[in-house]
Each structure stands twice: as C-alpha cells, then as structure tokens.
Design a protein around this ligand. Structure first.
Ligand code: AMP
Length: 337
C-alpha cells in the first residue's frame, strides 16, 4: 500500500507557506495573507489552504516525521469555543511540554445529513487560528475536502450496533461519516492519543468501539462537557441561535437534570423519566422549539431500556428552527450520592 497517490509531486509544487523565524516565535505566512498567523512558543503550523489531492496528506506525513512524540490529536470542525480549548489543554497535559499537540479543523461534508446544516456551519478561520496560537498548539491541519475525498471515494466505516439508537437512528449516515474521517485522521497522524468530548457521548462510544474492533493503537481520552454559566452545553451551533432562542436554550439542561433527580426517589419507570423531561422541555417553549428524540438508553449498549436499574443515559436532541442541539445526563442507580 502506498501512502501517496502522487509520490512524484514535490514540495515546491504546492507553494508552501513562507516561514520567518525571529528570536522566540515562528511566523507562518500562508499563500492567502488572511491565513497568516504568528505563533509564539509553538513549533510548527501547517497550512493546507490550497492542497492538491493526496499531496496534502503526504505533506503532513512528511512534517510529522520531524515532530516530537508523543502526539495527541484533537479532531474538530472548527468554530472553536472553550469546550474545544479544554480538549487542547487536555491534549497538552497528555503529551507534556515536549510532545506535539495537533488539531484538525475540517467541516467533514460526509457526516452531514442536511445540506442546510453543512452550508450554515460557522467557519471563523482567523479566530480559530488565533485560538490555536494562544493555546500553544503545535500543528493545525486544515485540509480541503478534495484533499481527503476523491470524487469517486467509495469506502466508508460503518458500525452496526451502537449506531442503532439516538443520533445514529435520526441522522442517517452521520456516524459513517464521522468514523470514516476519524479513521483517516488516525491513519494520517498515527497519534498516541486522541481527545474527544463526552458531550457527543454516542460519537465517543463509537470511536472507542472502532478502535477496539479494528485494533487501532491509539488511546481515546474523553473530556467532560464544558458548559456556559447557565448550563447550556457549549456548541459551535449555539452562535446561530437568536438572542431569544439562546435565552431559552438552558431549558434543555434543566429538563434533563429535573428528570434525572427522580433517581433519588428510587424511580425505575422509563416513561416517568421521559414524561418529566418532556414536560420541562415543552413548558412555555418557543414555537420553533421541537424535540427530535428524547430517550433513555443503557450506558454500555446505547439501546433503549425499559427500567432504570443499571447506569443509564437520558439523552435529547432538539431543534430551534433548523439548529440542532444535543445534550445528555447520566443516571446511575448503582451509586447513591
Ligand atoms: P466538533 O467541532 O463539534 O466536531 O467537536 C470537536 C470535539 O470537541 C468533539 O470531540 C466534541 O465532542 C468536542 N466538544 C464539542 N463541544 C464540547 C463541549 N461543550 N465540551 C467538551 N467537548 C466538546
């Protein structure tokens, strides 16, 4: 198997960014001036603003050969918020000051089930790069879709059990797209570890399953959900909410917590949990607010449960107009607090 489809393409053919080194900083000037970035105490920044197919992957592979190990990877779709930044800090903790923290920023088209969502996904690249600089990220991978997917790409990764519920059931093909891009990134970076948010708990469960089932040599590290002060889980999509919707959105967290508190009374009945959460979600809700799913699933299998007798997740996906938000809470009847 060859790593590069075009091994004869040389570095000079892809107009790499100019590098200017001063005493303690590295300035990287990308072909497109607005993508330039000043990196203080960082080692490398790789811009893939105008990559050619496969060459970009070849380039990043070549760069990776010179970067210190261990390497921790944080895959994202950009529009970085404090939740992402905490993942980057966890990555730094994982590899230490001498290791490499890498981030990928890529709005992966094949994981979007609604073209409207893909088109409107925020892409504040300058701000993202600034944040990466501030966090001391060593390497940013900004591939274009054409550098990762051939027009006739036809290989995808499908998980067939944990995807049956929740987002897997309501977003056809979504997790195929997620697992495919994550596997590609793992192959490209060969990271010792990769950091993901527990906010997307089905996603991280699937990635762990893929790593186990396909014998991948990467440690998957989960990071707790980072929230706004009013409890709303941070999400790149939050910035698309109107002011009124943003004020209303903490109801999602409140509803989950209110239902989960039933566990303290010894409640086991599935419907009672779901009704309690649904009632809070719908009470005086905005007209454009809609629940997509509200479900109680077993924490290990992610399959719906009839009775809360083992560690359980109460999960919700909802819409404000076309803006989709998710959240969940753990309910563990085996623990008394
Ligand atoms: P995204 O850019 O939405 O694909 O997310 C990239 C990574 O950040 C994923 O592993 C997410 O689970 C994680 N993430 C997103 N939002 C949060 C949050 N509020 N707290 C912690 N991790 C998050």
């Amino acid at each position: 198997m060859s790593n590069s489809a075009h091994p004869s393409t040389s570095r000079s053919q892809i107009s790499p960014p100019a590098l200017r080194s001063t005493q303690n900083e590295l300035v990287v000037i990308a072909p497109n001036p607005h993508e330039s970035c000043r990196l203080t105490s960082s080692k490398f920044l790789i811009f893939m603003s105008k990559p050619t197919t496969f060459t970009s992957v070849g380039e990043i592979r070549a760069a990776l050969k010179n970067l210190p190990r261990p390497l921790a990877l944080v895959p994202t779709m950009g529009a970085l918020h404090d939740g992402h930044l905490q993942l980057l800090r966890a990555a730094r903790q994982q590899v230490g000051p001498e290791g490499t923290v890498a981030i990928s920023i890529f709005v992966n088209p094949i994981q979007f089930d609604r073209s409207e969502d893909l088109q409107n996904y925020p892409r504040p690249l300058d701000q993202d790069l600034e944040r990466c600089c501030e966090e001391g990220v060593d390497l940013v991978f900004l591939p274009e879709s054409s550098s990762l997917y051939q027009p006739d790409h036809s290989t995808i990764v499908t998980e067939s059990l944990l995807t049956k519920s929740l987002c897997g059931a309501t977003r056809p093909g979504h997790f195929d797209g997620v697992l495919t891009i994550v596997l590609k990134l793992f192959h490209i970076f060969q990271p010792e570890s990769a950091i993901f948010g527990d906010k997307d708990f089905q996603q991280i469960a699937l990635i762990r399953r893929m790593v186990r089932d396909l014998d991948l040599a990467v440690e998957i590290i989960g990071h707790p959900t980072i929230r706004e002060s009013d409890g709303l889980a941070m999400s790149s999509r939050n910035q698309r909410l109107t002011q009124e919707q943003r004020r209303d959105a903490p109801r999602i967290r409140r509803a989950l917590l209110a239902a989960s508190h039933l566990q303290k009374t010894g409640e086991q009945n599935r419907e009672i949990y779901l009704n309690a959460a649904r009632e809070h979600l719908n009470k005086n809700a905005l007209q454009e607010f809609k629940i997509q799913y509200l479900e109680l699933v077993d924490q290990a299998t992610l399959q719906p449960i009839a009775k809360v007798t083992a560690p359980t997740i109460l999960a919700v996906a909802c819409f404000y107009d076309s803006i989709r938000l998710i959240d969940h809470v753990s309910i563990d009847p085996t623990k008394s607090d």
